[in-house]
Design a protein around this ligand. Structure first.
Ligand code: DHB
Length: 386
């Protein structure tokens, strides 16, 4: 098989890249290890920056998102039992939209398949070859046969554990990493929204987050031990912990409901530089990871793909390599801003078990500063909305 760009991975980065290339007249094939059902059911974050929404709408894949997504113009920071609103829209003129990542995936898969796009699901043993030549190849197994795709470029959109990044010889990449001594316990609950805006709560027992998905389904998270066992958390313990961490002097109460999905999310920061090797370009989690606080992961992937798709389209239109040469540096600028923001939000809001009382007082002072200084609130807001 031959194509112009072979895309490894059908997550948000790979699918959106394939869609944007198609709109720009560039042919691609997407390969994915998981099944369509699996990628459409994987529960991830659900906060889209204004720029992400605009790109999806402008590329005609945002119709359901506009209909079913929820626009939020502020968030709540809660600490010392009190709530403080960060007025995102008043401060920045922009808003965020709550719409689950797997819904974005469904919309993208549909728009690609409707346009006759090729997505090969359930491929095995994918391997990348000749990345430093003008004719890179991807080989894989599917339905018992070995297949090979020859392309002019390979896009590595296969996430943190994918084959793309390790295919870059180690002497050609530099990696930056930090892990955190906690994870997030995430649940989906059948209940009405308890709050009109997301609540980020700092508490001595640990961080908690009240988010939403729809008028019937709520998304809640709380800081936990990354090695925690789901079985150690019966429903009653989960609710006790959430109520304790969300305690407030304002008479607000969290509504309970049936918990129908639960999982533990690891927290890490990671960046690889550069995001290119020869004819391989990395995008999304294959190149960088942020801890979930602030929900930047999907938005960063979308930004990578915005830059990469336009550079590839330019190349195929005019053989002008300038934009492709600038891809890594352009994408990394945004990546490092989001790395800093996600690290900062994580550091300010979580309980560090090895933290000293001094550090805890610094966290409270910083939170106090964020909610009382317009300059600091604006810093949070403009990073949050993107
Ligand atoms: C959600 C996830 C986040 O990481 C966040 O900061 C806000 C909301 C969510 O899944 O709804």
């Amino acid at each position: 098989m031959k194509t112009q760009v072979v895309i490894v991975g059908a997550g948000p980065a790979g699918l959106l890249l394939s869609h944007l290339l198609h709109l720009g007249g560039v042919d691609s094939v997407v390969i994915e290890t998981r099944s369509r059902q699996e990628i459409e059911a994987t529960i991830r974050a659900g906060v889209l920056e204004q720029g992400t929404v605009d790109l999806l709408v402008d590329s005609r894949v945002g119709e359901r998102l506009q209909r079913e997504g929820f626009v939020h113009e502020g968030i709540i920071l809660r600490f010392a039992g009190r709530s403080h609103r960060i007025a995102l829209t008043e401060l920045t003129g922009r808003a965020i939209t709550v719409y689950a990542q797997h819904e974005v995936i469904k919309d993208l898969v549909k728009v690609r398949l409707d346009a006759g796009g090729k997505i090969l699901f359930e491929v095995k043993h994918a391997a990348l070859y000749d990345l430093d030549s003008p004719a890179p190849q991807v080989r894989f197994h599917r339905e018992g046969k070995v297949h090979e795709i020859e392309a002019q470029f390979v896009a590595g959109c296969d996430g943190f554990h994918g084959v793309s990044r390790p295919s870059i010889p180690s002497r050609h990449r530099q990696e930056f990493a930090r892990s955190y001594p906690f994870g997030w316990f995430g649940i989906l609950v059948e209940a009405p929204p308890s709050t009109a805006e997301l609540i980020y709560a700092h508490h001595e027992r640990g961080f908690a987050l009240v988010s939403t998905r729809s008028p019937q389904i709520q998304r809640l998270y709380f800081q936990c031990d990354p090695q925690d066992d789901l079985k150690a958390w019966p429903d009653a313990r989960i609710w006790d912990e959430l109520h304790a961490r969300l305690a407030n002097a304002e008479g607000w109460k969290l509504d309970e409901g049936r918990i129908f999905q639960r999982g533990i999310i690891a927290m890490r920061s990671f960046v690889v530089e550069p995001m290119r090797y020869g004819r391989l370009f990395l995008a999304g989690d294959a190149a960088h990871i942020v801890p979930p606080t602030g929900a930047k992961g999907l938005n960063l992937a979308v930004n990578d793909v915005r830059v990469l798709s336009s550079a590839l389209v330019q190349y195929f239109k005019s053989k002008d390599e300038q934009a492709l040469k600038g891809y890594s540096a352009t994408a990394l600028k945004r990546v490092w801003r989001a790395e800093h923001f996600s690290w900062w939000m994580t550091s300010m809001l979580h309980r560090f078990h090895d933290g000293t009382p001094f550090q805890h007082r610094l966290q409270l002072s910083e939170l106090d500063y964020v909610v009382n200084s317009k300059a600091k609130a604006l810093t949070l807001a403009e990073n949050y909305v993107g």
